[in-house]
Design a protein around this ligand. Structure first.
Ligand code: SAH
Ligand code: SF4
Length: 361
C-alpha cells in the first residue's frame, strides 16, 4: 500500500452561499451537530470576515478542528501595501501558488471603491495597458476574487477608511474571460457579503460571450465597456480583441445587455495624445454614446514602461468633454488616482516585482 492520498480540503471562499450551506450542512450532519452551526460559520465568514477557523470562538474546539480538516479558507496574503498621497491604497496579494495580484482602494467623498483583479495577468494584450504586456498566467478562483474584497474590507475597517461601498472589476485581467469564477464571485459578493448588485461594475474590453451571459442574470450589475476608439480600425491597434469581436457586434451585445438589465452602461475612453484624441473622433464617439444612452468616462492615459505614449493635454480632454456634452452626451473626466504608486488604471503589475525586490532587500 502506498501513502494515503492527500485529502482535498474544499475552499469555503470559492463556494456560493447556497453551496456553502449545503457543504456545511453535510459536514455537521455527519458529525451529529445541530443545524445552527451552519449559521455560526456563515456569520464568521460573511460578517466577521474570519481568515481562520480558530477565530470562530463560539464553536467548540473540536468543531473548529473538524472544519479545519475538511475545509480551507484560501485567503490571499497581503505581501505589500502602498498608500498614495491622495489616500489611494494598493495591496499586492500573494496567492497560494506564489502568483501575485493587486487591488486598489480608492476613497472619494463618501464612497470607498475597491478595484479588484479577476486574472493573474491578461491575455488580451491591449497595447496601452501594463497588465496586457505581461501576458496571461491563470484565472483567479472565485475565492481569490472574493478574498481581495474580504481582506480589503478588513484593512479598511482597521484603518478608518470606512466600509467599502462599491466594487469595480477594473484591476488585472479581463473579468468576462474568467467564465467560471466571475459568476460565482458575483453571487457571493452580492448574496453573502451583501454588496448591492448596483454597486458592482464589471469592466470589459468587449468579450461578447461574457456580456451575453451577464445580461441573462437577474441582478442589476453594472457594465462598463472599454471603448477607447469609435473607429474599428484604430480600435484594433489598441485592442487586439477587436479583430475577434468587431465593434458593431460588441455594441449590439451592449445594447441587448441594456435592454435585459435596464441599467445605463458606461463607456471608458482612455485618452492618449496623438493616438485617439483627434477632434474628428468626437462625432463618431458621440453617436455611439447617444445610441446606447451611455455615460462616457474620459480617462487621462497613465504612462506605462512599455511605450512612449503620454496622456492627452488637459485642454484636449476638456474639449472632448465639452463637445460631447453639447451633443447631449453625459460625460465625466475621470481624475487620475494613485499614479505615484502605480495604482492607476492600466498600471497594475507595472513594477510589482521591482517593488518586491526592494522590500525584500
Ligand atoms: N480588462 C478590463 C478591466 C480591467 S482594465 C477592461 O479592459 O475593461 C480597467 C480600465 O483601465 C479599462 O477601461 C482599461 O481600458 C483602462 N486602462 C488600461 N490601461 C490604461 C492606461 N495605461 N491608462 C489609463 N487607463 C487604462
Ligand atoms: Fe486586459 Fe483590460 Fe489591460 Fe486590455 S485593458 S490588457 S483587457 S486588463
Amino acid at each position: 500500500m502506498g501513502a494515503s492520498p492527500t485529502k482535498v480540503r474544499h475552499d469555503l471562499l470559492s463556494m456560493t452561499p447556497e453551496k456553502l450551506r449545503l457543504s456545511l450542512g453535510e459536514h455537521f450532519l455527519k458529525r451529529g451537530q445541530p443545524d445552527y452551526r451552519i449559521g455560526q460559520v456563515e456569520s464568521w465568514l460573511y460578517d466577521g470576515l474570519a481568515n481562520d477557523f480558530t477565530e470562530m470562538t463560539d464553536l467548540p474546539q473540536r468543531e473548529r478542528r473538524g472544519l479545519q480538516d475538511a475545509f480551507e479558507i484560501d485567503q490571499p496574503f497581503a505581501k505589500l501595501l502602498q498608500v498614495s498621497q491622495d489616500g489611494t491604497a494598493k495591496h499586492l496579494w500573494l496567492l497560494k501558488d506564489g502568483e501575485l495580484i493587486e487591488s486598489v482602494l480608492i476613497p472619494a467623498d463618501r464612497r470607498l471603491t475597491l478595484c479588484i483583479s479577476s486574472q493573474v495577468g491578461c491575455a488580451m494584450g491591449c497595447t496601452f495597458c501594463a497588465t496586457g504586456w505581461g501576458g496571461f498566467k491563470r484565472q483567479l478562483t472565485a475565492g481569490e476574487i472574493v478574498g481581495q474584497y474580504r481582506a480589503s474590507q478588513r484593512w479598511a475597517r482597521e484603518n478608518e477608511y470606512g466600509p467599502i461601498t462599491n466594487i469595480v472589476f477594473m484591476g488585472m485581467g479581463e473579468p468576462l474571460a474568467n467564465r467560471r469564477s466571475l459568476p460565482t464571485s458575483l453571487t457571493t459578493l452580492n448574496q453573502g457579503y451583501k454588496v448591492g448588485a448596483r454597486r458592482i461594475t464589471i469592466s470589459t474590453v468587449g468579450f461578447i460571450p461574457g456580456i451575453v451571459a451577464l445580461a441573462k442574470r437577474p441582478e442589476q450589475f453594472g457594465l462598463a465597456l472599454s471603448l477607447h476608439s469609435p473607429l474599428p480600425e484604430l480600435r484594433s491597434q489598441l485592442i487586439p480583441l477587436e479583430l475577434r469581436y468587431p465593434l458593431p457586434e460588441v455594441l449590439q451585445a451592449v445594447e441587448d445587455f441594456k435592454k435585459d438589465n435596464g441599467r445605463r452602461v458606461t463607456l471608458e475612453y482612455t485618452m492618449i495624445e496623438g493616438v485617439n484624441d483627434g477632434l474628428d473622433l468626437i462625432d463618431p464617439l458621440g453617436e455611439i454614446a447617444l445610441q446606447l444612452h451611455a455615460f462616457v468616462n474620459l480617462i487621462p492615459f497613465n504612462p506605462i514602461p512599455q511605450n512612449e505614449w503620454t496622456a492627452s493635454k488637459r485642454a484636449r480632454i476638456q474639449e472632448f468633454a465639452d463637445r460631447l456634452k453639447k451633443k447631449g452626451v453625459s460625460v465625466a473626466v475621470r481624475e487620475t488616482r494613485g499614479r505615484d504608486i502605480d495604482a492607476a488604471c492600466g498600471q497594475l503589475k507595472a513594477h510589482a516585482f521591482a517593488q518586491l525586490e526592494k522590500t525584500n532587500s
